[in-house]
Design a protein around this ligand. Structure first.
Ligand SMILES: Nc1ncnc2c1ncn2[C@@H]1O[C@H](COP(=O)(O)OP(=O)(O)O)[C@@H](O)[C@H]1O
Ligand SMILES: [Mg+2]
Length: 321
């Protein structure tokens, strides 16, 4: 049984003039310790997919159908109380903006301790020890000092490390990271991504990584989903898709990538992407989604993952009940 299995998930936003279909019956699974990439252009439904998994879609959005099976139990059908036991505990989330997780008026230590105590009956002192341990894990300089600082006293990169430390607080099974490094400087981005990868590998945490960066997806994930307009149009082993994409939309995304090993290579727009955009503007339907890939993958040059040399990650805490 997969750790997480999303089946025919249908999410809509009730807007004037009718329902806007944000997720059109998407299905995918995530195994224990697996790293899954989710790519697609802005508005494709990636964040909605991430939020839906934790049943965090707020009005006017709603889950109109489908199942989100976590260890076989349907999160879409759980009570808020049951969900709170899972969020931030078994499944953690990391957002692009650390301030979506951090409270500006509380110290890092207070927030971490509260997040732990919301889920575990332990003393403040024990919780502080766990917080300190996680800050060490994310290789933050002077971790003791950080506990007594406020979020605004830290740099963007350090804040995102704190977010990863919070994500790891309760030893989650899954981390969902939605564009976790987009807000950071390019050099810091690679460091944070490397840390996230290293920690997920070491702690055997499954990662669902949402990013617009196919380079990152190819280096970090084992399987990937390509979303377009609320649908998963292609999914399979990352290496196979990167090397031999079947869907024209995916082919366009890949061809828009800078050449491997070309530092800072400019992203050249691929004419096929324009064609796809134009077709959409004209209301021409895209070719239908492809069936799940099952065939064997030709061996592809593995290359060295530049992220593996260094390392860094993120998540969302809960207020105590
Ligand atoms: N609060 C909202 N109200 C109405 N529609 C929304 C809302 N949030 C998202 N959507 C719809 O869902 C689609 C997918 O959004 P999102 O998942 O944020 O895209 P992305 O792939 O960029 O993360 C959007 O194009 C929009 O139509
Ligand atoms: Mg998004």
């Amino acid at each position: 049984m997969a750790l997480l299995e999303v089946k025919d998930l249908d999410v809509r936003f009730a807007v004037r003039g009718g329902d806007l279909k944000a997720l059109r019956r998407i299905s995918f699974s995530l195994d224990k310790g697996e790293r899954l990439g989710l790519v697609g252009e802005s508005g494709a439904g990636k964040s909605v997919a991430a939020f839906s998994i934790l049943n965090l879609i707020a009005k006017p959005g709603y889950i109109a159908g489908g199942q989100i099976l976590f260890e076989g139990r349907d999160l879409a059908a759980m009570s808020e109380r049951e969900l709170r036991r899972i969020r931030g505990n078994r499944i953690a989330m990391i957002f692009q903006d650390p301030m979506m997780t951090l409270n500006p008026v509380l110290t890092i230590g207070t927030q971490m301790v509260e997040a732990i105590q919301a889920h575990r009956k332990i003393s403040r002192r024990q919780a502080r020890e766990i917080a300190l341990d996680r800050l060490r894990k994310v290789q933050i300089p002077s971790p003791e000092k950080r506990l007594d600082q406020y979020p605004h006293e830290l740099s963007g990169g350090m804040r995102q490390r704190v977010i990863i430390a919070i994500a790891l607080l309760l030893d989650p099974d899954i981390i969902i990271a939605d564009e976790p490094t987009t807000a950071l400087d390019v050099t810091i981005q690679a460091e944070i991504m490397a840390l996230l990868l290293e920690l997920c590998e070491r702690e055997n945490v499954a990662l669902m990584l949402i990013t617009h960066d196919l380079g990152v997806v190819s280096q970090v994930t084992q399987r990937m989903l390509v979303m377009y307009s609320g649908r998963i149009i292609e999914q399979g082993p990352t290496r196979e898709i990167i090397n031999d994409a079947q869907h024209p939309y995916t082919q366009g995304l890949i061809n828009a990538l800078p050449q491997m090993g070309e530092p800072g290579g400019a992203i050249v727009p691929d004419p096929r992407l324009h064609a796809v955009a134009e077709e959409r503007a004209l209301g021409v339907p895209l070719p239908p989604p492809l069936p799940l890939r099952q065939r064997a993958v030709p061996a592809v040059d593995a290359g060295l993952c530049p992220f593996r040399q260094r390392g860094r990650g993120l998540l969302r805490s809960e207020q105590p009940d």
